[in-house]
Structure formats: structure tokens, C-alpha cells
Design a protein around this ligand. Structure first.
Ligand code: G3H
Ligand code: 13P
Ligand code: NA
Ligand code: ZN
Length: 343
């Protein structure tokens, strides 16, 4: 069944586990993620970022997708997840990751999302509060869970790179949680988005401990979320490079650090880049092993993109010709079907 995130967050607190949250950009990934969670008899938390909705609902450059694209994409993803969830024995949540504004949040909720994030972390504090309050009012009236963000992660956020992180201040976190009434809060404590997190990252888990202590003292429950938590498996990076990609200096958060973060009180762990890397690896392998595809009408363009963008690890860039082939009215031929089924 499809459920809101809140009961699952309560379960993570009560039974002291960290719920992974995986980002998707295609329906095939939704299916794969549900299957693996069914295998482990675990609840599944599927995330579509704002741009994932834009990509799914749009046809051109997803970075500049419009609110209409996002509305279409959210509905597409919402319908698909709902359908899978109806036939699944595990609880499933569909959560909006890094919602930009109230319009994006509305698009997600209208499309069937049961949980949303509003990311006002780059705004001045009072503006972050105001925006988050608006979202909480809209979402809670509809039984939808809300995640806010306080503090700035270093690394790639919104496709902009920043070298500077600002750790979350625990006392400010309490003020934020009290005033906005968010159900969960993304914090900055040493993680960062993307594949280059630095060598041997040590997480500042005392920040997590402090926030949880303060919340406990006040008798408030708010789940704490760890963004930028991909582990960046070395063998996948090596395989991408073996298949013609160029991924340099890639380093993730170790499983050991994540475990310690969970025992400090982290409730939800966001993972996107690991899935992007695995998808990029599979796409490159497929093309490497099928050189004949280079001359195919429909997928020759993907081959060329792979050759021209050896550093690219966002597979949406490579999927674009697949979407173009379909939307331009050409039939979905066997080459395209083979790719969609194999990544
Ligand atoms: O946490 C950030 C997500 O990885 C963002 O993904 O490129 O779809 O905005 P996006
Ligand atoms: P990674 O880039 O480490 O996968 O982080 C993903 C994330 O925080 C999604 O919100
Ligand atoms: Na999130
Ligand atoms: Zn994130």
C-alpha cells in the first residue's frame, strides 16, 4: 500500500533504524527499487526530485523544465507508484526531494506524492521559515508529510557547486522545527551531494546527538534526515572508467560513518548518486558490448552522447534521445526496448 512518510519515520525512531530513500528518474527504477525492498521485506521510500518530475514530464532540456512539465511528470510517477503499491505487500512512500517552491510542492501532491520536501536552505532564515510554513499548511491539510532543510551542504546542490558548507545549528534547528511544525528536517553535518565528497569524510554526529537531545528535552518528535549519503562503490566507478567513462576522485560516505550517524539519531538516508552511477555503468556496458548499435537509427544518438560526455554521470542526459525517439512519433523499436529493459 501507498502510505505517508510520517508513520514510517515514527517506526525508524521506535525501532532505531535508518530508512534509505532512493531517488528515481524513470519508472523502470521504481520497479527495481520496489522489487529489492520486497526481497528484504522492508518499507520502500521512493524519491522524485523536482527535476525528476521535470524530466519525466518534459521533452527537452530537463534543467530548464517548466512547472507544467513538473505537473505532468509528478502525475506520471504518482500514478505508476500508486499502481505498484496497490499490488505490493510492503508499505511504499513517494516523496518529493528538494522541492523548490509552493508550486512544485502542489504539483507533487496533486500528482499523488504522499510526502514532500521544501528546500529553503539557501534562503535567509526568516524566508526559509515563511516558505516552509506555507508548505506545511498546504501539505498537512492533505495528510502529506513535510521535510524542511536548515544548513548548507557543500558540493553540488541545484546544479551549482559550492565549496562552503554551513553546519546546522542545533538551537536554531529547534526554533525552526517549533515554528514550522515540519515532520522531518534535513541537516548539514558533513555530507555533500554528488560523487566527490572528499577522502575519509568524518561526519559531525555530535550535531545529530545535540539536536535529538534538545528535541527529546522539549518533548517534540522530528525526524532527522541525512542528504548526500551515497557510498560511491569503488568497483562501480572502476567499471564506468573501464567502459570508456571518466570519473575522477570519486569518494563517498563509508558504511561505518552511516551506521554511526544512525545510532546518533539519523532517521532517513538519501541516496541518488549511487543509483546514477550504477545506471551509467550499465548503459556504458551495454553500448560497449554492442558496437553495432552505433549505426542504429534510434540509438546511434545515445552512442554519440556517451562518447562525447565521458565525465557525465547523470544518465538522464543519455536518456534524452530515447525520449525524443518516442515522442517524435517513431516507433519504440527493439534497440530502444533493449536499453530500457537493461538499465
Ligand atoms: O539531492 C539532490 C538530488 O540528487 C537532485 O537531483 O538533479 O534531479 O535535481 P536533480
Ligand atoms: P547523493 O548525491 O549522495 O546520492 O545524495 C542524494 C540526496 O541527498 C538526494 O536528496
Ligand atoms: Na528529501
Ligand atoms: Zn539532497
Amino acid at each position: 500500500p501507498l502510505i505517508p512518510l510520517m508513520p514510517l519515520l515514527h517506526a525508524t525512531e521506535r525501532y532505531r533504524f535508518g530508512q534509505p530513500a532512493f531517488n528515481v528518474n524513470t519508472i523502470a527504477q521504481v520497479k527495481a527499487i520496489i522489487e529489492v525492498h520486497e526481497m528484504f521485506r522492508s518499507p520502500a521510500l521512493i524519491q522524485g526530485a523536482d527535476l525528476a518530475n521535470g524530466f519525466m514530464g518534459g521533452r527537452t532540456d530537463f534543467i530548464s523544465s517548466t512547472i507544467e512539465d513538473k505537473r505532468k511528470g509528478a502525475k506520471l510517477l504518482g500514478d505508476a507508484v500508486k499502481k505498484y503499491a496497490e499490488n505490493s505487500p510492503i508499505p511504499i512512500v513517494l516523496h518529493l526531494d528538494h522541492g523548490k517552491d509552493l508550486e512544485s510542492v502542489k504539483a507533487a501532491i496533486d500528482g499523488g506524492y504522499t510526502s514532500v520536501m521544501i528546500d529553503g536552505s539557501s534562503l535567509p532564515y526568516e524566508e526559509n521559515i515563511e516558505l516552509t510554513q506555507e508548505v506545511v499548511k498546504y501539505a498537512h491539510a492533505r495528510g502529506v508529510t513535510v521535510e524542511g532543510e536548515l544548513g548548507v551542504l557543500a558540493g553540488v546542490e541545484d546544479h551549482v557547486f559550492s565549496n562552503q558548507s554551513t553546519y546546522t545549528n542545533p538551537l536554531q534547528a529547534l526554533d525552526f522545527i517549533k515554528r514550522t511544525e515540519v515532520d522531518s528536517l534535513a541537516i548539514s553535518y558533513g555530507t555533500m551531494h554528488g560523487p566527490n565528497k572528499g577522502k575519509d569524510v568524518k561526519l559531525r554526529r555530535e550535531i545529530v546527538v545535540a539536536i535529538k537531545e534538545i528535541l527529546r528535552h522539549e518533548g517534540i518528535f522530528c525526524a532527522i534526515v541525512s542528504h548526500g549519503s551515497s557510498t560511491i562503490p569503488g568497483h562501480i566507478v572502476d567499471e564506468i572508467n573501464g567502459y570508456g567513462g571518466i570519473v575522477e576522485g570519486a569518494q563517498g560516505i563509508s558504511i561505518g560513518e552511516l551506521k554511526k550517524a544512525i545510532s546518533a539519531g539519523i532517521n532517513k538516508i538519501n541516496v541518488d548518486t549511487d543509483i546514477r552511477l550504477a545506471t551509467t555503468r550499465n548503459l556504458r556496458e551495454l553500448f560497449m558490448k554492442s558496437p553495432a548499435m552505433k549505426n542504429s537509427d534510434s540509438v546511434g544518438a545515445i552512442y554519440q552522447l556517451l562518447e562525447e560526455n565521458r565525465k557525465q554521470v547523470d544518465p538522464r542526459v543519455f536518456f534524452q534521445p530515447i525520449m525524443d525517439t518516442v515522442t517524435s512519433g517513431k516507433i519504440l523499436d527493439d534497440d530502444v526496448a533493449a536499453i530500457i529493459n537493461s538499465v
